[in-house]
Design a protein around this ligand. Sequence first.
Ligand code: NAI
Ligand code: MG
Length: 360
Amino acid sequence: MRKRYKIAVIAGDGIGPEVIAEGIRVLQKTAELDGRFEFEFAYFPWGCEYYVKHGKMMDDDGLEQLQAFDAIYLGAVGYPGVPDHLSLWGLLLKIRKGFDQYVNLRPIKLLQGAPCPLKDVTQEQVDMLVIRENSEGEYAGAGDWLFKGKPEEVVLQTGVFSRKGTERIIRYAYEVARQTGKTLTSISKGNALQYSMVFWDQLFDEIGAEYPDVQTYSYLVDAASMFFVKQPERFEVVVTSNLFGDILTDLGAAIAGGLGLAAGANINPERTYPSMFEPIHGSAPDIAGKGIANPLAAIWSASQLLDFLGHEEWGRQVLRSVEQVLVDGHSLTPDMGGHASTQQVGSAVLERLGSADALG
Ligand code: NAI
Ligand code: MG
């Protein structure tokens, strides 16, 4: 009997469906080549178009519908005409929070052949895993908007850092660093944010006492941004807050080949709820429908999904195949300087998958 994985697909808006289609082809192919498992995909029509028709981004019982799946594969949400904060809070954040996907894993790894805007940087120098707090912090959604439109108008956006929330993300990062034998860097801002980030730093040290084997560093976020560009080799495993992680990983994406390559996983480590895998780019309305979106980020997130399901060997092979497509350079989308379509890039990855090279 083949093991059957049930995957909920929320392709979303703009280029979401275009890139997700290629990721799905890749997943199908790994299952076919392996023979021991298979995928069953269920498609959910949620997103901005759905919002325009139904006044909501997803069904009211959407989370209940998703609960039974092994994982969620998401394209992108957001489209002109629907305010971004509505689309984000109505779907993506609802799922991340509702399913307690408190770990956001964003690999920042310069693949062979990937374009890097930094001068004289080797592949070995850009190879980190950013672990971003994904459930609270600056994106907790706490605050108020007082005296709207009046001269005395005041808005409050409150950061929420609970002991439980802060401890669990830091502990997760220490575990990853220990298991992989890498250094762990915490990025915070204890000088200016004298409550939240002093607390963060304190917990980083406290929990660190349990991991004497892990070599640690601690940077302020401003200095860290500079080092991301100047000396990316300083970073191996990185742990940081929700907002800082959001910003730093776009910077990281830029140094590791661009948004077209950057993937992110939203993980509920306890596996009480399904985890969600997505390219980190948005719906790119400027190129939607043209068939030129780069599917490699979506394919990379499919590789993260394979890792998560315990098929790390396939996860690695998918990445190896992506790398070969990059090195070869003939099948790249315009954002990477090529002329290929989304589908052609997908096909190029499929061709390499399972070939002798990809196994190497
Ligand atoms: P974006 O990531 O959609 O696009 C930024 C730029 O990068 C655009 O020029 C776009 O053409 C290009 N780009 C992005 N992905 C690409 C790909 N795979 N291949 C080739 N080029 C690509 O960010 P933007 O423009 O700020 O947001 C557009 C919409 O997407 C907004 O509604 C926003 O809220 C939403 N969004 C959704 C995200 C999600 O669902 N996770 C994340 C970021 C934005
Ligand atoms: Mg972002």
